[in-house]
Design a protein around this ligand. Structure first.
Ligand code: SF4
Length: 284
């Protein structure tokens, strides 16, 4: 379905078709401005996760309780928006969003509102019953734009099994990889060799000192020297912006100022942030 959004006051027009967004600066001599109504929302569904990653920047835990009013909250937030104000897409995350009992209903509601749902997962759902697996795959295949699978090394059995299930079902699949020290770069190169040509994008995210992660060294030099050229299937998360702008010709990527196209909504608190890494809520 073709959708367009236009905000002349932010010098912005965008067209969304088949999962791809084309952005146009109405006055090409000026930059696109910070969007009050972003084209993309990240939404936190739950703080619950059994992944126990020591570097979890969300500090997600398996003692967290699910909020059972997320559907009503979701509707109250987006229902009053015009089609021009609604985002093209939403990425649901957490915690682990698939653990929420209302997760699949939430994706269906999102789809019904004309917004493409996507989600990020650690893949642990793939170890559940066949019934759970079948339901998740069915709804994902029919209604979702795509999925991002986090490739945490200690959860390898889970995320690899989930990735295979998505690929077998022709679901648009990206892999998320956290880049920090040399070992993480070596792990990425192994993942890259194995899944190159099979998944759409390898989305790299720099380790960030937030939540349970206390140390955030990114060995950018080691990373750069181990990647040949600028592979079209490697994408960088917004927090890589400071690294990429050091040498803008090294990787061929569009360097928008981070966070002008998206916002982050915590469905538990209903606070909106510039991104999931911000600690100060916006006044919305
Ligand atoms: S899988 Fe993701 S949400 Fe869960 S503990 Fe690890 S980093 Fe946190």
């Amino acid at each position: 379905m073709l959708k367009t959004r236009i905000f002349p006051e932010h010098n912005y027009k965008a067209i969304h078709l088949n999962g791809k967004t084309l952005r146009i600066a109405l006055d090409p001599k000026k930059p696109i401005g910070d969007l009050e109504y972003p084209e993309f929302y990240d939404i936190k569904v739950t703080s619950y996760c059994e992944g126990e990653c020591p570097w979890c920047y969300q500090n997600s835990v398996k003692t967290a309780k699910h909020d059972n009013s997320i559907i009503q909250k979701f509707i109250s937030f987006f229902d009053g928006m015009t089609d021009n104000q609604k985002p093209f897409q939403i990425a649901f995350g957490g915690g682990e969003p698939t653990t929420h009992p209302l997760f699949l209903d939430l994706m269906l509601k999102c789809y019904d509102m004309g917004i493409v749902p996507n989600y990020t997962t650690n893949g642990m759902w793939s170890s559940h019953s066949q019934e759970v697996i079948d339901k998740i795959i069915k709804v994902t295949k029919e209604y979702c734009g795509g999925v991002a699978v986090s490739t945490h090394p200690h959860l390898k059995n889970h995320w690899e099994r989930a990735t295979e299930l998505y690929l077998e079902n022709d679901i648009f699949t990206n892999l998320h990889i956290i880049i920090g020290n040399r070992k993480s770069v070596d792990d990425f190169l192994e993942v890259y060799e194995k899944y190159k040509g099979r998944v759409k994008y390898f989305v790299l995210l720099p380790l960030t000192a937030q939540g349970r992660a206390t140390e955030a060294h990114v060995d950018w030099d080691y990373f750069q020297s181990n990647i040949e050229g600028s592979p079209a299937d490697i994408a960088f998360g917004a927090n890589f912006h400071p690294y990429l702008t050091k040498d803008p010709s090294r990787f061929k990527v569009s360097l928008y100022a981070p966070e002008i196209m998206s916002k982050y909504l915590d469905l538990e608190t209903m606070h909106v942030y510039k991104s999931s890494f911000s600690t100060e809520p916006l006044n919305i």
